[in-house]
Ligand binder design. Sequence first.
Ligand code: DAK
Length: 261
Amino acid sequence: MELKNVILEKEDKIAVVTINRPKALNALNSDTLTELDYVIGEIENDDEVFAVILTGAGDKAFVAGADISEMKDKSVIEGRKFGILGNKVFRRLELLEKPVIAAVNGFALGGGCEISMACDIRIASNKAKFGQPETGLGITPGFGGTQRLARHVGEGMAKELIYTAKIIKADEALRIGLVNRVVEPEELMSAAKELAKTIANNAPIAVKLSKQAINRGMQCDIDTALSFESEAFGECFSTEDQKDAMSAFVEKRKMEGFKNR
Ligand code: DAK
């Protein structure tokens, strides 16, 4: 597929995905969502990639939301189709068997805040701003915002943010637990890459199974959740990486290079 609105770059076990429509503040239109879907598929099938960074082009926006110009005149059926496409892509990102770090470099509004929440970890520049402005546009959040925001920051805070449509700065996002860390704008990509590298140097299967166990466990009761953990833990003992790493520890050697097997 020819990519016009999304850039995919790979370096040293890491894929960097950049949403690239800076003139529209990287707003998500159908074409961009379709390209993102394609790129996620490429990353899924790439055995050399062990961590992913998602960011926005330019210094003003991560993603300023779903594309309002495209949505404005949609019929009910078209609106539903757009929502289904967005939800499918966001969910695919969330379930990707590789960790995804959102490097939030500016506005993360509406669909932008929502796509960052479908990532595993959020690092923000101190210029970033977050919010779900949809109720001010006569709609509800449609790409998972009503569900993921409450899971990230708690029900009361999510309701306040969604009902008021207010936009918050990075330090407030940090305070309420929406982001993991806030850094200077010029340090954002290096901080995201350093984190991605640290993750990519651990056992990929263990990272993948941890992601699955956390994601699945967050949706159910603690007993069921702990059974997912036991399952994941057990599965690790079928891997060469577990044998190699534990042998290295016992033999007081440094573990060099996980094999992803
Ligand atoms: N869509 C389309 N274009 C956008 C955009 C967006 N979300 N955000 C910005 N742009 C465009 C502007 O129209 C402008 O284009 P030109 O006029 O230059 O052609 C360009 O980006 C620069 O924007 P501004 O001139 O407005 O820049 P400012 O610095 O003055 O303001 C801003 C920056 C981020 C505060 C402002 O652009 C803004 O308020 N943008 C809209 C933010 C927003 O409300 N985002 C949420 C969108 S709603 C659903 C599915 C999905 C959704 C809901 C339901 N279902 C199917 C159920 C999702 C909804 C959303 O995400």
